[in-house]
Design a protein around this ligand. Structure first.
Ligand SMILES: Nc1ncnc2c1ncn2[C@@H]1O[C@H](COP(=O)(O)OP(=O)(O)OP(=O)(O)O)[C@@H](O)[C@H]1O
Ligand SMILES: [Mg+2]
Length: 372
């Protein structure tokens, strides 16, 4: 069976050790220190938090995924659902908490497709920012002396997409700051947006939590992890091939695992993984993803496309230099900056320090492969 997992949280034996960072998160949780966990996409934020929670055991964990929230109604309901799910897992009975939310008519069902249990709430009952306040108060009621509560708001930056984001954030902050016995973890990936919430002095969350920055896994530890997995499946892989994988996948844990999974699929027990397996593995990834790349290209202008190909070919640094402008054949740096802004907005690229990078490194590899 393919030992490489991607696009999902990894824990236990699937979790490649990152002892220092894990220890930092565990220490903060034990101290009741609120934190915001920030890092690039698919770098391992959620897995890190989840692993820390698994190891600490004693906490009652309320995990709220805020991905795509657009209104305070949705936000409040996500929190309610997370509380009910946690309650169900913990006690399996209709508890006090459940009764409190009876006006939302919670119902449980098994999703026919995934087979996973899910909670649904009455869509006709709309919740307001005031309800979020009540819901956060209720979280305090859940804790017991033996089992403190840990609340995780994942993809927290999406709160900024709520129409009355300022009001909602201010209200959340005013509640959370008095809940000293509950630990809150805010995780997010879009750096600028998380900064807007936690380091912008106008933000209600300014300096309210410590930063835990999640970067790439230590290269030696991750290489060992990968070599072992290939070996257990009767395959060998050399250091220089691994270097190539890390380079193409831009040191992002999830993308490296995706690449290894493709290499696994195209090889068999007894094989030694060689250079010529790399393009074949990439082709497998492209076959699965190229529809998405094509759709992205459809939505951008010619100049934006030229810039994108330029970044793929020449790298993402110094994009307003006369050299880059000459290479791509666009005379004005203002035009390039405009194109970059649009590509960032579409989340095709992002800015990391002084470098523009592809959100999906395989999109870059595909552009190069297509030789546009
Ligand atoms: N410690 C780890 N050991 C091995 N693989 C890991 C580790 N952390 C992350 N990964 C890989 O990265 C993938 C994404 O992990 P995770 O969902 O935790 O990242 P994330 O930063 O929360 O991503 P997103 O930004 O999409 O929410 C996993 O499916 C796995 O392939
Ligand atoms: Mg995540």
């Amino acid at each position: 069976m393919d030992p490489f997992k991607f696009g999902q949280v990894v824990s236990g034996s699937d979790f490649c050790p990152r002892p220092e960072l894990l220890q930092t998160v565990m220490t903060y949780i034990n101290q009741g220190q609120n934190m915001y966990v920030q890092g690039e996409r698919r770098i391992g934020k959620t897995s890190l938090i989840y692993e820390a929670c698994c190891r600490l055991k004693k906490f009652r964990v309320i995990y709220v995924d805020l991905f795509g929230v657009k209104s305070s109604d949705i936000l409040a309901k996500r929190i309610v659902k997370a509380i009910i799910s946690m309650e169900q897992k913990e006690s399996g009975v209709f508890s006090k908490i459940f009764k409190t939310f009876s006006y939302l008519r919670p119902s449980f069902s098994i999703d026919p497709i995934t087979g996973l249990p899910s909670v649904s709430l009455d869509a006709t009952v709309k919740m307001t920012p005031d309800d979020i306040e009540t819901v956060l108060d209720l979280i305090s009621a859940i804790k017991t002396a033996k089992k403190p509560v840990l609340v995780i708001f994942d993809e927290f930056q999406d709160v900024l997409n709520i129409k009355d984001a300022d009001e909602t954030l201010a209200m959340m902050r005013s509640k959370i700051q008095f809940q000293s016995d509950i630990t809150y973890i805010f995780a997010g990936s879009l750096r600028n947006k998380m900064d807007e919430i936690f380091i912008d002095s106008d933000s209600p969350f300014f300096k309210s939590a410590v930063l835990v920055a999640v970067g790439p896994l230590t290269e030696t530890a991750f290489k060992d992890y990968i070599i072992k997995r290939f070996k257990n499946g009767g395959r060998t892989i050399k250091e220089d091939i691994l270097d190539r994988i890390f380079e193409i996948a831009g040191d992002i844990a999830g993308d490296i695992q995706q690449f290894c999974s493709a290499l696994w699929t195209i090889t068999s027990t007894g094989d030694s993984i060689e250079q010529d397996n790399i393009p074949k593995a990439l082709e497998l990834i492209f076959a699965r993803e190229s529809k998405v790349y094509e759709a992205d290209i459809e939505t951008i202008s010619e100049q934006q496309f030229i810039c994108l190909i330029g970044i793929a070919g020449y790298g993402g640094k110094e994009l307003t230099s006369s050299r880059f402008l000459m290479n791509i054949g666009i005379p004005s740096s203002a035009s390039v900056l405009k194109a970059l802004a649009r590509l960032i907005k579409l989340r095709i690229i992002f800015k990391s320090g002084n470098e523009y990078k592809f959100t999906n490194p395989f999109f870059r590899a595909w552009l190069l492969y297509k030789n546009f």
